[in-house]
Design a protein around this ligand. Structure first.
Ligand code: ADP
Ligand code: ADP
Length: 209
């Protein structure tokens, strides 16, 4: 469950203003809007990574945030994948057992020992997603998880996200791809100039009159 009220966040020349929002457990929300609309800012506020100038956010459950940078640690692919679990006290061998199926699903199983910094952009994106999913979060915040991926990898990542949603996880996903917003979301927020100008069931996007 995510709940916010009266959010205001100001940067020089920009203001995000969002009235009450509520995301019930298990909902898949997609956030669309042009570049600079405030999508990433809203996501960071909801995830608690940034404090609003006004208003508040309530977040229940274990949450993970996946940024656009696809940051990987200067360690092996496997160590990157198990990192979140190990931080939570899971032993390395057990953590490796748990992440293995995920790594197979995203086509990284034959690169376990390779340094993660040697991966391509697309591979890093998939590794970052595996690291996030491995800790079985209640809430996933995703900022453009398929940006610059080729179509095959977009399909793989979307498949994993559908599965995570099917397992009951709450997902808030930022994308500039309206078709993806419709494919994945149950509810879509459309941001423009720091405001949510439209909230609608995702299936209503692009319905011909
Ligand atoms: P979007 O994700 O929709 O592209 P952002 O939330 O990244 O939009 O940015 C919204 C506006 O806020 C932009 O004008 C951006 O330059 C500005 N902005 C974002 N983060 C910061 C920051 N940390 N400091 C100053 N300005 C920022
Ligand atoms: P993907 O096809 O996984 O989306 P990219 O489009 O980012 O990957 O990169 C295409 C190819 O370029 C990769 O398969 C890889 O061989 C090479 N490449 C990209 N980035 C790197 C990197 N940081 N180190 C080594 N090779 C890279």
């Amino acid at each position: 469950m995510i709940r916010s009220k009266g959010l205001v966040r100001r940067y020089p020349g920009f203001e995000l203003t969002v009235e009450a929002l509520e995301v019930p457990p298990g909902r898949f929300v997609t956030v669309i809007g042009p570049s600079g609309a405030g999508k990433s800012t809203l996501l960071r506020l909801l995830a608690g990574l940034e404090r609003p100038d006004r208003g508040r956010v309530e977040l229940q459950g274990r949450a993970v945030f996946l940024d656009q940078d696809r940051t990987v640690l200067d360690r092996s692919v496997l160590a990157n994948a198990t990192f979140g679990l190990e931080l939570r006290g899971v032993r390395r061998r057990e953590a490796a057992r748990r992440v293995r199926p995920w790594l197979e699903r995203v086509g990284l199983a034959d690169k376990l020992a390779q340094p993660a910094v040697s991966l391509s952009g697309g591979e890093r994106a998939r590794l970052a997603l595996v690291r996030a999913l491995a800790i079985e979060p209640d809430v996933l915040f995703l900022d453009e998880p398929t940006q610059a991926l080729d179509p095959g990898n977009v399909d793989r990542v979307e498949g994993l996200l559908r599965e995570a949603h099917g397992q009951g996880r709450t997902i808030v996903l930022v994308t500039h791809n309206l078709y993806q917003a419709r494919r994945l979301g149950q509810e879509t927020w459309f941001l423009l100039g720091g405001r949510i100008v439209e909230r609608a069931p995702s299936e209503r996007l692009f319905v011909r009159p």
